[in-house]
Design a protein around this ligand. Structure first.
Ligand code: COA
Length: 385
């Protein structure tokens, strides 16, 4: 695939009450352009990943909104795929380049959640669930609690196993100046935190967050090869599954993750053993265990024991590091921004620019972004150019 990422930027993630969506978008997009060393006139299209602006803020027309706001006045598109909106926006942008429609485009992932009441945010997020789930009052912590229970019954996974994921990702986030949570935590603290949806506790959950991230991608050989920091997109794949959990054949896996990663490995000509670093969708601790298994890094039912041994942890992992940014759990989860931020982290890792979070010897990275309880999965594989 001849698409390169030549510029990246992310804002801080967190409760950014004093910062407007406009300011977040400007910081991310102009930061990415500066990083790519290109002028706004070189941008031919804008792809915006966002989930909740319409339902929470009343503004649906985000392509034109941000095109005007950023002074780009280019063809602009808002892409929605629940919490996978950012990954889907990148996938759509890659498609526009591969089709020959555009040469250089910007992808913006953005979400502003914390200005709204928690109950409104929980209800808005459920717009990604099935009608049946919404009308029965389910929430996303509740749906992932079902997945956790099923995994526990089938493989003997414990609440301690879930806690290990949160401890690892808070440790990684403590090294990330853009993360929402910079505090390390212990297993005991996770197990003592308040129950949200049994067996998931507060510290098993990703938070409600604000933030934006942006990428400049191009097919322009001159821009890509002249930029020593460029990274190649080796694969971009999407798969879907049923919206509702009740319609799934199995609660022990996310089929969309398996299908999209299989296709991505095929496109990139690699297998799970070739991945050096991965940013996976840990919206809840059980989601990271499922992702590690469904992406093929560990056998079914084997991820928890590997996590406990320190596999997937920075400075300890022998195979690969998972979520060096802190993941959704530690870095934060402004839903439409997450899929783009995952790719920003991988680019920094592949450029050897990740500072204290640098994974040694990285050549291939994988980003895994999920919408809903697994109804959409997007996988990108990046290689050092
Ligand atoms: N992890 C760690 N700390 C968290 C946290 C989280 N997920 N969520 C909130 N906190 C902290 C806050 O910073 C705050 O700390 P402080 O008192 O030191 O300031 C404290 O916990 C209470 O915060 P509050 O905002 O009142 O929490 P809440 O009870 O309203 O919300 C959750 C907690 C878990 C319900 C909320 O974070 C949530 O809904 N998360 C899931 C979001 C989601 O579903 N995303 C989509 C995934 S598919």
């Amino acid at each position: 695939m001849s698409v390169a990422i030549i510029g990246v930027s992310t804002t801080k993630f967190g409760e950014l009450w004093g910062t407007s969506p406009r300011a977040l978008a400007r910081e991310a997009v102009f930061g990415a352009m500066k990083d790519a060393r290109i002028a706004p006139k070189e941008i031919q299209a804008l792809f915006v990943g966002n989930m909740l602006s319409g339902i929470l803020g009343g503004q649906e027309h985000l392509g034109a909104f941000f095109s005007e706001e950023l002074g780009l006045r280019v063809p602009a598109f808002r892409i929605e795929g629940a919490c996978a909106s950012g990954g889907l926006a990148l996938h759509s942008a890659v498609g526009s380049i591969l089709s020959g429609q555009h040469e250089t485009v910007v992808v913006l992932g953005i979400e502003k959640m914390t200005d709204h009441k928690p109950e409104d945010v929980a209800a808005a997020l459920m717009a990604a669930g099935s009608q049946e789930e919404r009308s029965s009052g389910a929430t996303f912590p509740g749906l992932y609690a079902f997945l956790a229970r099923a995994h526990m019954e089938a493989f003997g996974t414990t609440v301690q196993d879930l806690a290990v994921v949160a401890v690892k990702n808070h440790f990684h986030a403590s090294l990330n100046t853009n993360a929402q949570f910079r505090n390390t935590i212990t297993k005991e603290q996770v197990l003592a935190s308040s129950k949200i949806a049994d067996p998931l506790r507060l510290l098993d959950c990703s938070p409600v967050s604000d933030g934006a991230a942006a990428l400049i991608i191009t097919s322009n050989r001159r821009q890509a090869t002249g930029n020593r920091r460029s990274v190649t997109i080796a694969a971009s794949a999407v798969a879907t599954d049923t919206l509702g959990l009740a319609q799934r054949e199995s609660l022990l896996e996310l089929k969309a993750t398996k299908k999209s990663s299989k296709e991505a490995y095929r496109q990139a000509g690699v297998d799970p053993g070739d991945i050096d670093v991965a940013e996976v969708h840990d919206c809840f601790t059980i989601a990271e265990i499922l992702a590690i298994e469904d992406l093929g890094f560990a056998g079914k039912g084997k991820a928890a024991a590997e996590l406990e041994r320190g596999e997937y942890t920075l400075n300890k992992a022998k195979k690969l590091v998972v979520n060096p940014s802190g993941g959704l759990k530690g870095c934060g989860h402004p839903v439409g921004a997450t899929g783009v931020k995952q790719v920003v982290e991988l680019v920094e890792q592949l450029r050897m620019d990740a500072g204290d979070r640098q994974v040694i010897g990285v050549r291939v990275g994988l980003a895994h972004n999920v919408g809903g309880s697994g109804a959409t999965a997007v996988v990108h594989i990046l290689k050092r150019a």
